[in-house]
Design a protein around this ligand. Structure first.
Ligand code: FES
Length: 106
């Protein structure tokens, strides 16, 4: 059973920012989209690019290596939902961002 883990202060991830954070040994891309937080597996399913270093526009993150785009709300690749990244639960407790990995992500 996975637990919520504190990864950053809310003030460290303002709207429009994506950070890469370590959650129990897994790199996660954490984004603030207009005040809503999203967390997905940092590893792009195309060739392993770091999504946390990608460009964020609205709820879409663009992989910096070859430009695949993913919707952070669903984890699905834009225009080809057969490719997905795992989405994590995110919550804020006392100004601290906490993430829980999905059970299948190890
Ligand atoms: S590794 Fe992400 S688009 Fe190629």
């Amino acid at each position: 059973m996975k637990e919520f883990v504190t990864v950053a202060a809310l003030t460290d991830v303002p709207p429009g920012v994506t950070k890469t954070v370590d959650v129990q040994g897994i790199w996660i891309a954490l984004s603030n989209v207009d005040g809503t937080l999203f967390a997905v597996d940092n590893t792009c399913p195309h060739a392993g690019g770091p999504l946390g270093e990608g460009k964020l526009k609205d709820s879409i993150i663009e992989c910096p290596w070859h430009g695949w785009k993913f919707d952070l709300r669903t984890g699905q690749r834009v225009n080809n939902p057969n490719f997905t990244v795992a989405c994590c639960d995110v919550r804020v407790v006392d100004g601290q961002i906490q993430i829980k990995l999905p059970e299948h992500l190890e």
